[in-house]
Design a protein around this ligand. Sequence first.
Ligand code: ACM
Ligand code: ZN
Length: 633
Amino acid sequence: MKHTVVAIFCALALSLGVRAQVFPVIPAPVQVSETEGTPNLTRELSRKIGKSAFARKTAFLPAFAREEAYLLTVTPKGYRIEANTETGCLRALQTLSQVDRCCTVFDYPRFAYRGFMLDISRHFRDKDFILKQMEALASVKINQLHLHLTDDAGWRLRIDRYPKLTTEAAWRIGSSWQEWQNGGCRYSHEGAPEASGGYLTKADVREILLAGERLGITVVPEIEMPGHSREVVFAYPELGCKEGSAELCPGKEATFTFLEGVLDEVMDLFPSEYIHIGGDEASKRDWHTCPDCQARMKAEGLSSVEELQSYLVKRIERYLNAHGRKLLGWDEILEGGLSPNATVMSWRGTEGGIQAMKEGHEAIMTPGDYCYINNAQDAPLYEPLGQGGFLSLDTVYSYDPLADIPEELHPLLLGLQANLWHEYIPRPEHTEYMMYPRVAATAERAWSPVAHADFRERVSAWNENLASKGYKVFDLRKERGEREAYKHGYDHLALGKPVTYAKPWHGKYAAAGAASLTDGLGGGWAYKDDRWQGFLSDVDVTIDLESLQDIHYVGATFMCVPGPGIYLPEKVEVWVSADGKAFTKAGEAFNEMKEPVISYILFGVPLSGRARYIRFFAPRSKEWLFVDEIVVK
Ligand code: ACM
Ligand code: ZN
């Protein structure tokens, strides 16, 4: 009888358009069936770990998923857990902490690696802060915390054999990134009154690792090499090609002695099978002229500096493998030849990861366009100062790492990671604001087999719950979303009309090429969205309306994002012509903004006249100009 009543109510609710309440768990489990009654969420009725019945039930899964699989049953009497391992049991408890009703949940992860990277070099975050974030990360079953421990801006891990890494290279003059950069990137030393920075002691790390064990999070240390190592060369100048180098010198044996010594202590401390060695963005500039580097290249038969980097990575890989560890690196480690067992973290798009998998290597996806949560999550002009990008919660969630990968490579894709680079994130509260709720989107895409339409509803509740516990989250209720021009576009006289360029657009920001400025598509908040056209020159273009037209307005929006060097033009000039030869100046509009701040400024020129050709000229003030459309009315 009761069942019938529930069924009738459900049918009625559906017919009235009332939706059942969403099942409030992130990441969404694989299988949920809801049952009746008031749940008893505190009384454990049974916990069966490693029993053959559950092993049979999960036999169809790959090994990594079997390990974390669980069956959770919540009833009015209490809850029961079945799992193959303690980790599986932990995942069940993490689900239980979000459940609010009676249910049976059968669940397992889509990927083995579900990561979050925290850059604690650019702005240091201490042990307590990291412990706090681990609680939130574990609640959505993130199981890898990648700590970017070393970079130019500060070395953040005590190494006993090389004490100057933390007595000197962990301290700088200028607490914020900008202050440090503007002051010429100077270092200081521990205890100095002007010193800013810090580092994790080994006791700190042990505490973090203990929490990781409790929460099911592996802590993956990253020791960056050979680039992003200015701080190392500051503390130990003999490891650079020359003083002040930003890179380690792979020509000198001392460099390998140093790296192996550091890695010995890192491996003693961190049980993680993967050791991240960075490998990204090494300019290799000094290697071309360094006698040690040149001698090394000659001795090893290396024909390029890329091969010299590859030599270093391969040597380090042998060292890690000999100690039972695996090398993980950014996708630049593909250049000059990938070392035999390396795993690639693909950040410059997905191509590097795909190439690595084609060569039989494992890969982790963390493409900038979907995973770099240091980009603003809402309209950048209302957000704290950042790098100029825009990455909404919805965009993070939209990323399916398997979508563009051939099926035969799927088993090599270990997983997915969100990265939080810290250059523009000076305060701890700001770190949390960037993390939440976006890490939950990555977490769900890494765990759940498919995307779910109710993610937003669930994540809002999860986010508010974090806020109630003292996390400084981004308030989704205040989200503005994309630029109106991006959503709606422009309608005007020059739509689809041909444009000739007296000066070319820049190849890196071509948007739709010659069609960009009259295609009706508005740019979004981010200059890299393929709608903004970028110029490292003046903008000087001529639109052909293809017939004489009455014109009363020409205007265009320019973007200003000082971080990456995008500024407004000094002014714009509009010239008109009937024949495309003799032009008369019809009007101009001046930049009325004094201080460059993130902004999207319309330069509109009212005029009255009849013309077929419109020349639009915007002299650049410095560096880049970005414009999305020239609107003619
Ligand atoms: C990176 O963002 N340089 C890995
Ligand atoms: Zn050198």
